[in-house]
Design a protein around this ligand. Structure first.
Ligand code: SF4
Length: 307
């Protein structure tokens, strides 16, 4: 087993290399490369159509059948894709969706739904599954008196806490949060992000959001996608022209991304060359060719004209 070692310490890394995800007609993700470290929250940001959710679905092992993926994924130095194992979905990687109402069976009480998930995935006695369910609901601060309620009897914020408890109860190493706060009012969002901050120490967290203020608050480092490509992978010091446009788009707290200049292209209709060219103030003749990913200090980015 190849394990990355730095200063005599094992580095726990989830590494995606040259990942493409394609329909039969066009690519949705093009040559995605990034690393995520255990204990850190990797935030993926970008506008609609950038490929964020497709990347999340791929990592969770729930890509639609009509989409084809190629590339490599390594976890702690071991190749885990291609292909993802049968146990990957749920047990190794869990995903929390935007809409918590679609997560649960509406005919089943919340507590029972979580317990049944545990009984399905693990050889547990009923009592053990109940204890694990209780402990996770407590950990996400889900009020005791509502634990036997049906989904329709709960608020979006409570249901999202329950869906997080359900995913985490299976103890996945990788947790993908696909815009987990987008259906919630601003006061409820903070409670959800605090849960991720708390559980991040033990896992790989891939946090997808279109709220820039939330991204900057929760993220340890960032992957900026545009037109299905990585534009920048960085800590907080954004230097790519698109990242700068995104981060300058914060109008007020809780606003989704609304860059003021132009629109993000659909992946089926990307311009030739750098996909950001039509909106970029720094464009030059070179930009008619797709720039490679290059390292600039701690940042990796795709741009011909960043000094
Ligand atoms: S490669 Fe050119 S068009 Fe693309 S971001 Fe850089 S300067 Fe702008």
């Amino acid at each position: 087993m190849e394990v990355l070692v730095k200063s005599n310490k094992i580095l726990h890394v989830l590494e995606v290399k040259n990942l493409w995800v394609e329909t039969s007609k066009f690519p949705i993700l093009r040559d995605i490369n990034f690393k995520s470290y255990k204990g850190k929250i990797k935030v993926i940001i970008g506008e609609s159509g950038a490929g964020k959710s497709t990347l999340g679905f791929f990592l969770a092992g729930i890509l639609k059948n009509e989409l084809k993926a190629r590339g490599k994924v390594l976890l702690d130095g071991m190749e885990v894709f291609p292909p993802l194992s049968k146990e990957w979905k749920g047990k190794k990687a869990g995903i929390i969706f935007q809409d918590p109402y679609s997560f649960f069976d509406p005919r089943e009480r919340i507590f029972n739904s979580i317990k049944e998930g545990l009984l399905y995935h693990f050889h547990l006695k009923e009592k053990e599954a109940e204890e694990i369910t209780e402990s996770w609901l407590t950990r996400v601060k889900f009020p005791e008196k509502y634990r036997r309620n049906f989904p329709h009897q709960l608020s979006g914020g409570m249901l999202q806490r329950a869906s997080i408890a359900s995913v985490l109860s299976l103890n996945p190493e990788i947790v993908i949060a696909d815009e987990p706060t987008s259906a919630l009012d601003p006061p409820l969002r903070r409670g959800i992000t605090e849960i991720f901050r708390e559980v991040a120490r033990e896992r790989y967290i891939i946090y997808i959001t279109h709220f820039i203020d939330e991204a900057l608050e929760i993220g340890d480092d960032f992957l900026v996608l545009y037109g299905g490509m990585v534009m920048e992978e960085t800590d907080i010091n954004f230097i790519h022209p698109y990242s700068k446009l995104l981060t300058s788009s914060i109008l007020k707290k809780g606003e989704p991304i609304k860059p003021s200049v132009g629109y993000s292209p659909h992946p089926s209709n990307l311009p030739p060359g750098c996909p950001f060219m039509e909106r970029c103030e720094l464009k030059s003749k070179e930009c008619k060719k797709i720039p490679p990913l290059t390292r600039h200090g701690k940042t990796i980015l795709r741009c011909w004209n960043v000094p």
